[in-house]
Design a protein around this ligand. Structure first.
Ligand SMILES: C[S@@+](CC[C@H](N)C(=O)[O-])C[C@H]1O[C@@H](n2cnc3c(N)ncnc32)[C@H](O)[C@@H]1O
Length: 270
């Protein structure tokens, strides 16, 4: 069967769940994954022998499964990282956080802890840019740490990963702390895309509505003892609440806009 017909099938079916651009993109990612071919193969009218495989992938996508959990690949800051259901799929906003940190600290050679490291995307990407730095990541999830270790090995970088519940355990001394912690209130669940809700780990996403800032407060309490600079990713929804709390604590902080012009990145200095 011609690849053009498979593409038509994908866009026809997937536009029930996604917009046309996303549906088309999902087809091209599948094409690249299954056959290592690009758009040109469709333009040239090439055939495929993998019709049944395309159909199976389409069925998973229609159920809302993120394509990254099928291909086990997620692009992150110029790297291709391994992902599966044990970790959150790294987001473009987090790449921006990494970009800001590197821009802020060129040629850094101190120690860094990434709290809630998930796939390890942040310290692994930083290790590629800061070969002299001492990089660590921690997570409450032992499963996530297996994926993080795999990414560090695959990318041939040296990152130490430890299992830690940051809400109840102490932290050693670091020069920089980074965190993209869970920050979505449980009450926001109903506004979320089903493919995120049904597939990505809830431990990575949600915090209790009663104290959505719990991770920021706890991490800053730990950082204050050592006067460690912190970089966070957060939700714009909590900007005012965070500002109020940071002002009450008399902390020195600065916000950074993401590519959607939202205040999603925060630096706190002591
Ligand atoms: C939003 S995800 C971020 C993952 C990754 N850093 C990224 O940016 O893609 C939050 C991570 O925090 C971890 N986490 C949740 N509760 C935690 C806790 N109490 N202590 C440490 N890590 C925790 C989750 O397992 C998850 O991997």
């Amino acid at each position: 069967m011609q690849l053009g017909l498979i593409k038509a099938l994908y866009t026809d079916q997937l536009t029930k769940v996604y917009n046309y651009g996303e549906a088309e993109n999902l087809f091209y990612i599948t094409l690249q994954w299954l056959e290592k071919k690009s758009k040109t193969a469709v333009i040239l009218g090439q055939d495929t022998l993998l019709v049944d495989t395309y159909q199976l992938v389409l069925e998973e996508l229609l159920l809302g499964k993120p394509i990254q959990y099928l291909t086990h690949e997620a692009p992150f800051y110029g790297l291709s990282l391994y992902v599966d259901e044990r970790v959150l799929i790294p987001r473009p906003e987090t790449e921006q956080l990494v970009h800001w940190i590197i821009h802020d600290n060129p040629e850094f050679n101190g120690s860094v802890m990434d709290i809630g490291t998930g796939s390890g995307c942040i310290p692994v990407a930083l290790a590629k840019h800061w070969p002299e730095a001492i990089l660590s990541g921690c997570d409450i999830s032992a499963d996530a740490l297996v994926v993080a270790e795999k990414n560090a090995n695959d990318q041939e970088v040296d990152v130490t990963f430890i299992q830690k519940d940051i809400l109840s355990q102490e932290l050693d001394d670091y020069d920089i702390i980074i965190s993209n912690p869970p920050y979505i209130g449980k009450s926001e669940m109903h506004d979320m895309h089903q493919n995120v809700l049904n597939n990505e780990p809830h431990l990575a996403l949600f915090v209790s509505d009663s104290d959505p800032l719990i991770f920021y407060k706890r991490i800053l309490q730990l950082a204050k003892q050592q006067k460690t600079t912190c970089y966070f990713e957060t939700s714009e929804l909590y900007r005012d609440e965070l500002d109020l709390w940071l002002d009450t604590e008399n902390l020195d902080y600065i916000w950074q806009l993401d590519f959607q012009k939202k205040n999603r990145m925060l630096k706190v200095r002591f």
